[in-house]
Design a protein around this ligand. Structure first.
Ligand SMILES: *[C@@H]1O[C@H](CO)[C@@H](O)[C@H](O)[C@H]1NC(C)=O
Ligand SMILES: *[C@@H]1O[C@H](CO)[C@@H](O)[C@H](O)[C@H]1NC(C)=O
Ligand SMILES: *[C@@H]1O[C@H](CO)[C@@H](O)[C@H](O)[C@H]1NC(C)=O
Ligand SMILES: *[C@@H]1O[C@H](CO)[C@@H](O)[C@H](O)[C@H]1NC(C)=O
Ligand SMILES: *[C@@H]1O[C@H](CO)[C@@H](O)[C@H](O)[C@H]1NC(C)=O
Length: 344
């Protein structure tokens, strides 16, 4: 078991697609890869929600006027095997409408269906391109100002946000990446994944660094919740469903941040190694994670823990769990190498 999982981890591949590929009881899937990147595309749609239209309307470039002009715009982008009602939409949409924001939910479900993860990754830039086109139209018609655009992407959707921004004259103001996807994004080419140049401010919440999400920082600020190693109430640490739950939890923490009286406070530490060894002081640089993160002062890596059940926010509690051994499905030797424990 250890070897199998570690191999997946080191290859950066999704066991979601691999398990499906290896399981010959499943029928051969009809995976679909876009052959052109024309916009509009019938498989990429934008759904418009406002306080007075909470059930949403399918939009296109001629009827984006359904948006309330001059309100902040939150664009929710689902991940692999999602749709406009899945993570992060189900956790966030009603809360954002409650604040009277305009919400657009992107839907590219047909292009990102299980088990076709590889094709979903190939399709993601086209989804980003059409989203970028839509945003350009909004900006052109002055329905929204750039500083009011906030893209919130989950998993694969976080990279879609980055691709969308690349199609604009200047990057969007704000991207929030909820556990940005790892499989096939362990690439050095910044045009092919999320990075800080994709928005004036990129904040990232990591909740499954060992499997479905990225371990490395990709934003101006990267929050590692429970070190991103495991999340409470998700099940046995070597099950795939457990990792789907860790991954999903990023959106649940973000949703809680919208109304939490306690707050999720992260403690700055520039590296995992220093965090694990206790070399970082948890006094100086403390930043709030979530919707009210500070675009001006939150920079670098921050660590925080959560309660074992909702409400998850712990406030300013700096007694953090720095243990890595035995906490994940990966064996201790590999953990030691990954986190530089016992080496100089
Ligand atoms: C939205 O949908 C729900 C359930 O389908 C319905 O009860 C409600 O009246 C709808 N709201 C509006 C404003 O159309
Ligand atoms: C907006 O455009 C979409 C896609 O063509 C269409 O389905 C929808 O009915 C339109 N909505 C309005 C209010 O015109
Ligand atoms: C957009 O919506 C309008 C109004 O519903 C419709 O007339 C038009 O054909 C649609 N355009 C596209 C490209 O779907
Ligand atoms: C939409 O996706 C389906 C597969 O889900 C595909 O057969 C169809 O050709 C796609 N349409 C476009 C315009 O890409
Ligand atoms: C993600 O969270 C939502 C509730 O916020 C839940 O309905 C859904 O089942 C969760 N998905 C996974 C894979 O845990």
């Amino acid at each position: 078991m250890d070897l199998y999982w570690s191999l997946l981890l080191l290859m950066g591949l999704s066991s979601l697609s691999l398990v499906a590929a290896f399981d010959d009881t499943l029928e051969a899937p009809s995976c679909f890869e876009l052959t052109d990147d024309k916009c509009p595309n019938s498989n990429i749609s934008f759904w418009i929600y406002t306080k007075s239209n909470p059930n949403g309307t399918k939009g296109n470039v001629t009827n984006l006027s359904l948006l309330t002009p001059q309100r902040p715009l939150k664009v929710l982008i689902h991940g692999f095997n999602g749709n406009r009602d899945y993570t992060p939409n189900d956790q966030l949409r009603s809360l954002l409408l409650g604040r009277d924001y305009n919400v657009v939910s992107v839907d590219y479900a047909n292009l990102a269906k299980e088990p076709c993860y590889y094709e979903a990754v190939l399709n993601a830039p086209s989804v980003g391109r059409c989203l970028g086109r839509m945003l350009r139209t909004l900006l052109y018609h002055k329905i929204v100002k750039n500083e009011d655009i906030h893209l919130i992407g989950f998993g694969l959707g976080a990279h879609v946000a980055s691709f969308a921004s690349n199609f604009l004259k200047e990057p969007v103001y704000h991207i929030t990446a909820l556990d940005p996807a790892k499989p096939f994004f362990l690439v050095s080419d910044l045009a092919k994944k999320l990075d800080p140049s994709d928005a004036k401010f990129v904040d990232v919440i990591h909740t499954d660094v060992m499997m479905l999400g990225l371990l490395d920082p990709v934003g101006h600020v990267d929050f590692y919740v429970n070190m991103g190693l495991s999340q409470p109430n998700c099940g046995a640490k070597n099950k795939m469903d457990t990792h789907a739950c860790y991954h999903n939890r990023s959106a649940i923490y973000y949703a809680e941040s919208l109304s939490s009286p306690t707050g999720f406070y992260g403690y700055h530490c520039s590296s995992f190694k220093d965090f694990v060894s206790g070399a970082c002081s948890t006094k100086d640089d403390v930043q709030l994670m979530g919707l009210d993160v500070s675009p001006q002062s939150a920079r670098g890596r921050y660590f925080l823990d959560t309660n074992d059940a909702p409400p998850y926010a712990m406030g300013r509690t700096n007694k953090l769990n720095r243990q890595v051994m035995g906490r994940t499905y990966v064996n201790d030797e590999i953990m030691k190498k990954m986190f530089g424990i016992g080496t100089e």
